[in-house]
Design a protein. Structure first.
Length: 740
């Protein structure tokens, strides 16, 4: 007797014979009984020697393969490949097996099984692999097994992998492994019948679930049963329909009211509740309302590491078929607040996966209550979706090839002015096109740059970037930053092709570190002597001395958290906590010049780049081989003493107001009484800029990055800031009535 179970099955292929109903099927596996060892290497010919746990055994005159599990949870496997003739559409696999001392593992598939998988000629896995024959009990001696299955289109190889799959213990003997071509017709008919039966069962199950969902809606006015969490029939502290929470998720009670609490237990670890909600037939759109309370929230390093409610639709087969945009929050609330969103339902949707979560936040507590989902008419949402799609399409701006004939002239510093290569004064005026400092893909940056130059008449944009994204080190970047760098380059080319300039801003805070030196060594090499590009070396220095700012030195532990923390990597947060050695601003300049780049460099002062007084008091920076230094200030309505902090330096050096602006909504981190009304502050600030021809880029050309110049992605100017700035860029003159 020649025995061998599912182990060495599909490895070598014998002759490529075509299945024919009127002739015997020829075997596709050589030495299927493991008897031939012509080379005398103590292993059956045509079968690759296997790893530990597989041996070639003999009983009487018969040889076979043996798999033995030597320790619990171990994977013992025979791997064999069989090459399939192109015209084989179905096969029959037969083998003998003997199983003894088998103790399956914890999972249902931790047993003795024959894994089978098809691959194409390039080695890619194909859909349509057969289910694995398996056994979870011992056999009474040798037993015959066989199975027939269809071969998917394009299959070139069949991987045959008999195994003891993470069992506790056991022995599997295999012999007489044969594979022959089979008639595909009966199998195809059986597959069709099975598919029809499965579909019928699926439809029946879906109809039942939809009916129950309709009953829930009729009873509760919502498709979420017990969305208030108050019903607890077992009086066990766990609301009906919801189940016991996982670590970080629990049910709390305040004044007899029960609600869900998600609490971050470990920095960067997601805390989530999961529930699948069935949807009645005919529902085209849903209105979701709820109450939430958020405390002590500190979002993670990515823009989507926050408090959010993730949702995803599934069809009757369990396939995911789309998801609404998740409602999210990145700041605390003042007590309980009511929230509402509406979203469309895909026609084939049977259920909605509902997953409120604290998604990889640093810390925080997220309370939810009174969840309701009810059907609403889809017409308005469809119209809004169509309008959004049209807007998105309109926002798509194709990349352009560089047109150097239209690029602006190279600039350099003369006295306190920026001039071009023909000696003409260049007055840089424009906006900050933001988002590449907090998003690896940016948010409409190409369209924003185009509108800023063509419609708002900017001759310069400030483009904030992040070195972590530049090098592809953030979560979600799998190309080493290639697509991010390409987008930055596309924006620069778009602007340069229109004769305007770009201030490439490394959007970091407090003090430079070695990563920023690394960035400028690379970025300056890429844009070396590009006439349209100026290098804004470091966004907002603060909390250091002028000596450290200029020459570098140790930067002590930060006393308290700040808004910039949302932009820091874990490594940078550790440095900020424990202190670090800063190379200083002069080192950044020297790094740029060492690449051979002459480009103007822009250097922000202290106090979040506002204060330039140290420049006039012995802390000027040096540039002996480039086109000069422009000093940058960021001015907002709570900044005072313009004369000493800015204008004294402006008498000798060019000034670039890299960020400036005001919002009607006051900043939460600045005392309200210190923030002037934008309707009085903005005209005077523009008057100061125009009187002294200070270079400037307004912040920000984004409807959500305050202070906002635009209220929407139609680029509608905000009345309190955007309209004034747009008028100034178009040439309207403003009078400086009051110096601050």
């Amino acid at each position: 007797m020649r025995t061998s179970l599912l182990i060495t099955f599909l490895f070598t292929l014998l002759a490529a014979s075509t299945y024919a109903a009127d002739s015997p099927a020829k075997p596709l596996v050589a030495n299927s009984g493991f008897e031939v060892d012509a080379d005398g290497d103590k292993w059956p010919d045509q079968w690759t020697k296997q790893k530990q746990g597989v041996t070639w055994e003999q009983e009487g005159e018969n040889h076979f393969l043996r798999l033995v599990s030597s320790k619990p949870g171990e994977m013992v496997m025979v791997y064999h490949q069989v090459r399939l003739p192109a015209d084989v559409r179905a096969v029959t696999l037969s083998w003998k097996q003997r199983i003894s001392n088998l103790k399956p593992g914890k999972q249902p598939w931790f047993d003795a099984r024959l894994l089978l998988e098809f691959k194409d000629a390039e080695g890619n896995k194909l859909a349509g692999s057969p289910s694995a024959p398996y056994a979870r009990k011992n056999t009474d001696g040798w037993v015959d097994r066989s199975t027939s299955f269809l071969v998917p289109e394009g299959a070139h190889l069949l991987e045959f992998m008999p195994s003891l799959f993470q069992v506790e213990a056991g022995m599997l003997d295999l012999d007489d492994v044969t594979l022959v071509a089979a008639d595909p017709a009966p199998l195809q008919e059986a597959a069709k019948a099975a598919a029809a039966a499965a579909k019928e069962k699926q439809e029946k199950n879906a109809a039942g679930r939809r009916a129950k969902a309709a009953a829930v809606l009729e009873k509760e006015g919502s498709i979420i049963a017990n969305g208030s969490f108050q019903t607890d029939a077992k009086v066990g502290g766990v609301p009906d329909q919801w189940g016991k929470g996982k670590p970080g998720g629990d049910w709390e009670v305040e004044n007899s009211n029960r609600f869900l609490r998600l609490k971050s237990l470990e920095k960067g670890k997601t805390v989530m509740l999961y529930r699948e909600i069935d949807i009645p037939a005919g529902v085209e759109a849903i209105e979701f309302t709820w109450r939430q309370r958020i405390t002590d929230l500190k979002p993670g390093k990515e823009s989507y590491f926050d408090a959010r409610i993730m949702m995803e639709f599934k069809d009757a087969a369990g396939k995911k078929i789309g998801k609404p945009s998740p409602p999210y929050a990145r700041s605390n609330t003042e007590g309980w607040v009511e929230k509402k969103v509406q979203f469309l339902v895909p026609p084939a949707a049977l259920s909605l996966e509902f997953m409120p979560s604290l998604f990889q936040v640093e810390r925080g507590t997220y309370d939810l209550d009174d969840l309701k989902m009810k059907p609403v008419p889809a017409a308005e949402l469809l119209a809004a979706a169509a309008a959004a799609a049209a807007m998105e399409k309109a926002a798509q701006v194709p990349a352009e090839e560089p047109n150097k004939a239209k690029w602006p002239l190279e600039t350099h510093v003369e006295g306190n002015k920026i001039v071009d290569s023909q000696g003409k004064h260049v007055w840089l005026q424009g906006v900050n096109v933001v988002s590449l400092e907090f998003s690896i893909k940016g948010e409409k940056v190409m369209k924003s740059a185009l509108v800023a130059v063509d419609e708002w008449k900017s001759n310069c944009i400030r483009l904030p970037v992040k070195e972590e994204y530049w090098y592809g080190r953030a979560a979600g970047q799998k190309d080493g930053g290639k697509s991010y760098r390409e987008l930055v380059d596309q924006v620069i080319t778009l602007v340069a092709n229109r004769g305007a300039y770009v201030a490439l801003d490394l959007h970091r805070f407090r003090a430079p570190n070695d990563l920023h030196v690394e960035f400028w060594k690379d970025a300056a090499t890429v844009y070396k002597n590009h006439p349209a590009v100026l290098f804004d070396l470091f966004n907002e220095p603060h909390g250091i001395s002028w000596e450290v700012w200029q020459k570098g030195g140790f930067v002590e532990e930060k006393k308290k958290p700040a808004d910039e923390d949302n932009f820091l990597t874990p490594e940078e947060k550790a440095k900020a906590k424990n202190g670090f050695e800063s190379p200083g601003m002069q080192k950044l300049i020297d790094t740029v010049r060492a690449t051979g780049a002459r480009n103007i460099v822009i250097c922000g002062g202290l106090d979040w780049a506002y204060d330039l007084s140290g420049i006039a008091n012995g802390h000027e920076l040096s540039d002996t081989s480039g086109n000069g230094i422009v000093y940058s200030t960021h001015i907002y309505p709570w900044k005072r003493d313009w004369e000493n902090k800015v204008m004294k330096v402006a008498a000798k050096h060019p000034i670039f107001i890299g960020e400036v602006g005001a919002d009607i909504n006051k900043m939460s981190f600045i005392p309200a009484e210190a923030q002037e009304d934008p309707y009085t502050w903005v005209p005077d600030m523009l008057g100061l800029i125009q009187k002294h021809k200070l270079n400037w880029t307004g912040f920000s050309f984004h409807p959500k990055a305050t202070p906002i110049l635009i209220s929407d992605w139609n680029f509608t100017p905000t009345p309190f800031w955007g309209k004034f700035a747009k008028d100034a860029l178009s040439g309207k003159q403003f009078e400086l009535k009051k110096q601050r």
